[in-house]
Design a protein around this ligand. Structure first.
Ligand code: BES
Ligand code: MN
Ligand code: ZN
Length: 497
């Protein structure tokens, strides 16, 4: 729901609109920028001195109507030491550049080079990805604009580079990732009166336009399968629970798929174990795991990824009600295992228990990765910088960690073990849904692990990273769309044939 952003690529040449150049520490900028900025004479150096700008990372220099340059504004963005730049920093720089454009700007040209010269096509496309993500806003429900918040209805951002064709080609892939992230953010930002399970399922079905096979299971179908845990969570809501299964088959016919599972609690009041009022509105985002799965499948299908992938999301609303489940209730899962409900606010693991088992049994995937805003405790442990990763397979864990570093959507591995597993044994049932105050994120993960069998599996607890994120250089909105970039890259780097 952003102002239309038009991204283009062109050879280095005369800029259109606001001119953006990058500058390394020691005021080093690239050859094309040097040529372009020659008419400025020593204005650049004097402006830099006046502003004590040296090209340090995170700083910038803004020169309005620069002499002899026929652009309204020259923005110089510090990148620090070029040798220190990681791939994920390039995406970030695209975001920073976009963020520095004044609200009034309708056009900008970004010179895609650093001190040592022009960027490669895929690096230029990474800049563009950062710019696109930074430009995202969610203002669907704003009917008025303050004067200084007004933006032109269309913004044109052009990347000047040495090989526009190769940048264009890399962008064709990056844009599918950007669209996936935007889709996930839109879903997370939507309020729960609009985005209830049925509506969420409808939006997920629109992936069928990309060739994704979408099935929607209603409560009757889920009851038939024996999904007592998932159905129990939603039984206090006026909105019917749904299970959505999305299949993208771009890989070898019949090859085992990889699977992604999302927690889709469209609103989490806590149920009968009701949450305090403070910040409860944030629980409209308790479906961020499901949003990420939809965004990911969108990205994979849009670029026709050569992989067979399953996305499955359990969509419920956790409400207090005469029909709601109670603490002490015992539910039977599809796997046959029983769970005693100690706290109705520990609902995400109940939803996932049934979806994980269902996916494992039906699809026999090579691996399963689930995403869930599962515990407040993971925010206490890791804040908003890393998602918690729980994994029964070292190779998968290693790949996730590495890809996290590369994309900037980082994961921190947390322990699993028999001692923690014991903490959810129940007096009355096979297990209980909480393990007490200590190690809250781990005991939640232990419950999930009881439903994945021997399949390689990772659980990403994204309660800290998915929403209300620290405003980053590539996201100013509440929902972050966290996980789409991480998993899209994981698939591309390791699982496409
Ligand atoms: N959806 C919440 C977790 C959460 C908290 C996500 C804050 C995002 C921000 C989850 O369903 C929940 O309520 N977890 C409880 C578990 C407890 C009752 C064992 C929690 O973390 O307090
Ligand atoms: Mn809860
Ligand atoms: Zn929840």
């Amino acid at each position: 729901m952003s102002a239309a952003l038009k991204i283009g690529f062109t050879p280095f040449g005369h800029p259109h609109g606001v001119l953006v150049v990058f500058c390394a520490e020691g005021l080093k900028y690239g050859p094309a920028s040097q040529r372009l900025l020659a008419p400025l004479g020593d204005q650049f150096r004097r402006a830099a001195a006046a502003d004590r700008f040296t090209g340090k990372s995170g700083t910038s220099l803004d020169i309005v109507v620069p002499t002899g340059l026929h652009v309204p504004r020259l923005l110089v963005i510090g990148i620090g030491k070029e040798a220190d730049l990681k791939p994920r920093d390039i995406v970030k720089l695209g975001g920073i550049a976009m963020g520095k454009l004044p609200n009034a700007a309708a056009a900008a040209t970004i010179f895609a080079e650093f001190g040592s010269g022009a960027l490669k096509g895929n690096q230029v496309a990474d800049l563009a990805l950062g710019a696109r993500l930074r430009a995202y806003t969610f203002d669907l429900y704003k009917t008025k604009r303050k004067e200084d918040e007004q933006r032109p209805s269309k913004i044109e951002v052009t990347f000047a580079c040495s090989n526009p064709a190769s940048a264009e080609k890399a962008w064709a892939q990056n844009v599918t990732v950007a669209d996936g992230v935007v889709l996930a953010r839109d879903l997370v930002n939507e309020p729960a009166n609009i985005l209830y399970p049925g509506e969420f399922a409808r939006r997920a079905s629109s992936l069928s336009k990309l060739g994704v096979n979408v099935e929607i299971l209603d409560v009757a179908a889920m009851k038939k399968l024996g999904m007592g845990a998932l159905v129990g969570v939603g039984q206090g809501s006026a909105h019917e629970s749904k299970l959505v299964v999305m299949r993208w088959n771009g890989g070898k016919r019949g090859a085992d798929p990889i699977a992604f599972i999302g927690k889709g609690v469209c609103f989490d009041t806590g149920g009968i174990s009701i949450k305090p009022a403070q910040n409860m509105e944030d629980m409209k985002g308790d479906m961020a795991g499901a949003a990420c799965v939809v965004g990911l499948i969108h990205a994979l299908a849009a670029r026709k990824a050569k992989v067979n992938a399953v996305g499955a999301i359990g969509l419920v609303e956790n409400m207090p009600d005469g029909k709601a489940q109670r603490p002490g209730d015992i539910v039977k899962t599809m796997s046959g295992q029983t769970i005693e409900i100690i706290n109705t606010d520990a609902e995400g693991r109940l939803v996932l228990a049934d979806v994980l088992h269902y996916v494992n049994k039906r699809f026999k995937p090579k691996f399963m990765i689930n995403l869930a805003t599962l515990t407040g405790a993971i925010i206490v442990a890791l804040g908003q910088e890393y998602a918690g990763m729980f994994c029964n397979d070292d190779r998968l864990a290693e790949r996730l960690s590495k890809t996290g570093e590369a994309t900037g959507e980082r994961v921190w591995r947390m322990p699993l073990g028999a001692e923690y597993d014991k903490m959810i044994d129940s007096k009355f049932a096979d297990m209980k849904n909480t393990g007490g105050r200590w190690a809250g994120s781990i005991t939640a993960a232990q419950l999930l692990q009881r439903f994945v069998g021997k399949t390689p599996w990772a659980h990403l607890d994204i309660a800290g990273t998915a929403m209300g994120s620290p405003q980053t250089d590539i996201n100013k909105s509440w929902g972050s769309g966290w996980g789409v970039r991480l998993l899209e890259r994981l698939v591309e780097d390791y699982y496409e044939r």
